[in-house]
Design a protein around this ligand. Structure first.
Ligand code: AOS
Ligand code: ZN
Ligand code: ZN
Length: 396
């Protein structure tokens, strides 16, 4: 079936409202230099501190209108005055989102953090999280996001079960330190940096810990953290169904945790994920799902890399909103396999770019954010202005 591209007016009111409600949170580390273990290619004008990272993130919001929050990483984004950082964000039209804890960089964490066999190291890791909660109080952040690099390289290296018990104990203490409105969101990853066993390798393990902690503990699904071929939309559906999907870390993967731009490697997968979200109205902030990016831009410019990612997520969302739900339900009930699949494919194959250009111009935003940003001269300006100091890297 070929039809001309839909316009904004063709979108049912409910779908339009869902599109209006969508927000995507940007990671501060996407604006710093990053790379593989082979080489980090620096970019002129790279932010030298968290203030400059926020200013760059604000450009993404100014051009797309749907990226009003920035996640921080502690200690990478440690500043003396978090009140000033929050005020700086608001002056730039954005605010601070999730606080990511980093307990994977110190030598002390060679054998893990919350799962470490040493009580002293576990204490240090717990205290770091409690300090992150203090940062959250200052910045008005709701979510404490935990990803642990904990795991084992060799069978027998440590006791698998004891590590889970230590983890449960540490998480419980951290959870107890949260304010009444704050949440703990727990990420999983099937391997890397540990190769034999990871302490939180999958959504089941994350969910079990969250269930033990309480209502305000939810799972973070990073789209790059699964084995090849994993049906990620199934996991999304199951976690949403259980009321425990706390957040996404969107990115693209070809092989492992590639952290490439969301929707670049497999836009169809992103569409299938967003279909599971929109079919239950979970774009609504009341659903409690924080739609975040977790990406690094190693060879491309960072700000337009983030703009492209945000637009890719929005396009996948608009396509998911175009699924003819009634026709789909009818075909499914009739057991008409091909018709049901056809309904999904029709939506996926629809070009929504003009519709979204219109959505932006309606709100006084540029129709073509990539072009407008490129023409703005911002990159040349920061390259000229940000001289001296050390450009922030992935990790600093
Ligand atoms: C690590 O692989 C995870 O995706 C985390 O979300 C991590 O916090 C992020 O990559 C930045 O360190
Ligand atoms: Zn992640
Ligand atoms: Zn990752």
């Amino acid at each position: 079936m070929t039809e001309s591209a839909p316009r904004l007016a063709d979108l049912p009111g409910e779908a339009r409202a869902a599109l209006d409600a969508q927000t995507i949170e940007l990671p501060s580390w996407a604006f710093g230099n990053s790379g593989t273990r082979f080489k980090v290619f620096g970019t002129p004008g790279t932010p030298r501190d968290p203030f400059e990272k926020i200013a760059d993130a604000a450009q993404v919001h100014a051009h797309t209108g749907i990226a009003p929050r920035v996640s921080l990483h502690i200690p990478w984004d440690l500043v003396d005055d978090f009140d000033a950082l929050a005020a700086h964000a608001s002056e730039h039209g954005v605010r601070i989102g999730a606080i990511n804890s980093n307990v994977f960089q110190d030598d002390d964490y060679r054998l893990g953090s919350l799962c470490n066999p040493s009580a002293g190291v576990r204490r240090k890791a717990i205290d770091h999280h409690l300090r992150c909660i203090e940062v959250m109080q200052r910045t008005g952040s709701r979510d404490l996001k935990i990803w642990l690099a904990d795991g084992l390289n060799y069978p027998g290296q440590d006791d698998l079960r004891a590590r889970q018990d230590r983890l449960a104990e540490g998480l419980a203490e951290i959870y107890a330190g949260l304010g009444a409105e704050q949440r703990l969101i727990l990420e999983y990853k099937f391997f890397e940096p540990a190769f034999y066993a990871t302490d939180i390798p999958d959504w089941g393990t994350s969910l079990l810990h969250c269930l033990a902690l309480g209502e305000r503990a939810k799972v973070v699904l990073d789209t790059g953290h699964h084995a090849p071929g994993t049906n990620i939309e199934f996991i999304v559906m199951q976690l949403v169904r259980a009321g425990r999907l706390g957040a996404f870390d969107f990115n693209s993967r070809f092989y492992a945790d590639d952290d490439l731009m969301a929707g670049a490697a497999d836009p169809f997968q992103l569409f299938r994920i967003m279909h599971e979200i929109v079919r239950v109205g979970a774009l609504d902030p009341a659903s409690g799902i924080n739609f975040m990016l977790d990406e690094c831009h190693n060879i491309e410019d960072k700000i337009p890399g983030q703009i492209r990612s945000v637009l890719n997520v929005q396009e996948a969302t608009a396509k998911a909103l175009l699924v003819d739900r009634e026709a789909l339900t009818k075909a499914q009930a009739a057991g008409d396999v091909l018709a049901a699949n056809g309904v999904l494919m029709d939506a996926y194959n629809t070009d929504v770019r003009a519709l979204l250009d219109e959505w932006r111009t309606d709100r006084g935003l540029p129709a073509d954010p990539m072009r407008t940003f490129a023409e703005s001269g911002y990159l040349a300006r920061i390259a000229a202005d940000r001289v001296g100091g050390t450009p922030a890297g992935w990790g600093a």
